[in-house]
Design a protein around this ligand. Structure first.
Ligand SMILES: [Zn+2]
Length: 193
């Protein structure tokens, strides 16, 4: 059955899915009626419509600047630097942080791209945070992105630079941390300058 095989081939590329799960999902979809399939299809098709990258922080949002950057109740003196929008959403869902964010985007190897570094400098110049929290994914050795970030933050005159405490899995990803681990990492952040 070609359409089914085609769908399985697409689904098995999804993060965390292998061929077995892909097949299970494909057969689940086969059992749905046409209107439900159309609804799912249009949700996927419309997923990126109307979304912008926030010109201040790099978050993805329907508005530019994003809701977080525009929220008057946010602490404008603290900036949490994350690698991607998924990490930002993990902090948000945990409800443990009330400052602003900066999303670095895709690293080049283990380092920031020049555009990403420039975008961060702009954000810092405009915001002038008292504290910058480095919340990039911990890497076991040679954490180049971390050193680059520290250099940029120092050059931009941020006086207090902190880093999440470990307790987060090394080589792992912030996206997979549970709420408690993430909370402890945030609370136990240490000052690096
Ligand atoms: Zn924003």
């Amino acid at each position: 059955m070609e359409p089914l095989d085609n769908l399985v081939n697409v689904l098995k590329k999804f993060p965390g899915l292998g061929i077995k799960s892909a097949r299970r999902i494909a057969y689940y979809l086969m059992r749905q009626d046409d209107s439900e399939l159309e609804r799912i299809g249009s949700l996927v098709a419309g997923l990126k419509k109307g979304l912008h990258t926030c010109s201040k922080c790099g978050n993805i949002s329907l508005k530019d600047p994003c809701n977080i950057c525009q929220d008057p109740l946010r602490d404008k003196d603290t900036l949490c630097i994350v690698e991607d929008v998924e990490a930002l959403s993990v902090f948000e869902q945990a409800g443990i942080y009330n400052g602003l964010y900066h999303v670095l985007g895709k690293l080049s190897g283990d380092d920031l791209t020049e555009e990403s570094a420039e975008f961060l400098r702009q954000h810092i110049d405009e915001m002038k945070p008292e504290e910058a929290i480095i919340a990039t994914n911990p890497r076991a050795e040679g954490d180049i992105a971390y050193y680059t970030l520290t250099d940029i933050l120092q050059e931009c005159g941020v006086s207090k630079i902190t880093r999440l405490a470990y307790g987060l899995p090394l080589g792992g990803s912030i996206e997979f941390a549970d709420r408690l681990t993430l909370h402890m990492a945030l609370e136990g952040r240490r000052r690096v300058t």
